[in-house]
Design a protein around this ligand. Structure first.
Ligand SMILES: Cc1cc2nc3c(=O)[nH]c(=O)nc-3n(C[C@H](O)[C@H](O)[C@H](O)COP(=O)(O)O)c2cc1C
Length: 275
């Protein structure tokens, strides 16, 4: 089979990358006997400057994390204007932090289809929550990766049998509003303006500047922001010295609330075309 296998993702803290690469690598091993996967990582702003096109020879495993129950809205411009499927097969993957994926899976599938992909498979997987070190801690774990390998096997069968009709993916249409954290009285809390702080552990290594997907951290003074913060967790989780943190009470309350209310383990959901 003459298929090129691609892994394309946005993944500030690496969980989406692990799932998407895992699926793509397993498909490649099964189809080609080795891992020959083209990686298209659009986490950093420079990567989103260029348009990309695929062909009907391509299989693209495409993943984003779930933000507020939807596809991250900061990506919409890029996703809607710079990616051409041209009949490529796509596996649409969303990764969420054990609360819920709400309408993210259906929204991503719709975006890919409107870009000319044939979305014949999809999945909603769980990754350690961007806000937390305990919610869905260390996921995807071994159990998740076994599901990933099994899913890839099923995808290969579908490709071989040419069962690549559009897949059904759960979600509401019209999509629900972006999920908003709530305070103890159930009133919505807006944490969009919250920004990280920097403590004296900082050794000015500039890693946070390099990993910020919005390119917002000032190179000369890494405690300053020159753009928006999407609270993706990259600067916090990737800092080798734990120098970045959030101290905003609304953010911390929300983090605590989800850690308590969504502690019970959710399992991946897989969607495959019937025909
Ligand atoms: C701004 C923001 C909003 C999020 N909203 C949700 C959500 O609605 N439901 C959920 O379960 N997880 C949510 N998460 C958690 C991420 O979806 C999850 O941790 C994911 O694994 C992160 O992917 P990454 O490691 O590829 O960055 C949110 C994370 C961020 C940063």
């Amino acid at each position: 089979m003459n298929k090129r296998i691609n892994a394309m993702y946005f993944s500030p803290t690496g969980t989406t990358e692990k799932i998407v690469s895992g699926i793509a690598n397993s498909i490649s091993e099964s189809i080609h006997g080795e891992k020959v996967v083209t990686k298209v990582d659009f986490t950093l702003p420079e990567a989103r400057q260029n348009a990309i096109s695929f062909t009907a020879e391509d299989v693209v495993v495409f993943g984003v994390p779930v933000y507020a129950g939807r596809v991250p809205n900061v990506l919409l411009k890029y996703l809607n204007s710079s990616i051409a499927g041209n009949g490529a097969l796509a596996v649409s993957v969303v990764v969420y932090g054990n609360r819920n994926y709400d309408d993210a899976a259906i929204e991503l599938k719709d975006i890919l289809e409107s870009n000319g992909f044939k979305v014949f498979a999809g999945g909603a997987f769980i990754g350690e929550h961007s806000f937390s070190k305990t919610l869905a801690q260390n996921r995807p774990d071994e159990k998740d990766m076994a599901i990933v390998a099994d899913f890839a096997g099923k995808i290969c069968e579908k490709i071989k049998q040419n069962h690549t009709q559009p897949v059904f993916v759960p979600g509401n249409k019209p999509y629900r509003q972006y999920y908003m954290p709530k305070d103890e009285n159930g009133n919505p809390v807006d944490i969009r303006k919250v920004t990280p702080k920097t403590n004296s552990n900082c050794v000015d290594c500039k890693l946070c500047v390099q990993v910020c997907p919005m390119g917002s951290i000032d190179y000369e003074d890494v405690s300053k922001l020159n753009g928006i913060c999407i609270k993706c967790g990259a600067c916090i989780k990737k800092c080798p010295n734990q120098a970045k943190y959030f101290d905003d009470i609304r953010y911390l309350n929300h983090k605590h609330e989800i850690e308590v209310n969504f502690a019970s383990r959710r399992e991946p959901e897989l969607f495959l075309s019937n025909s």
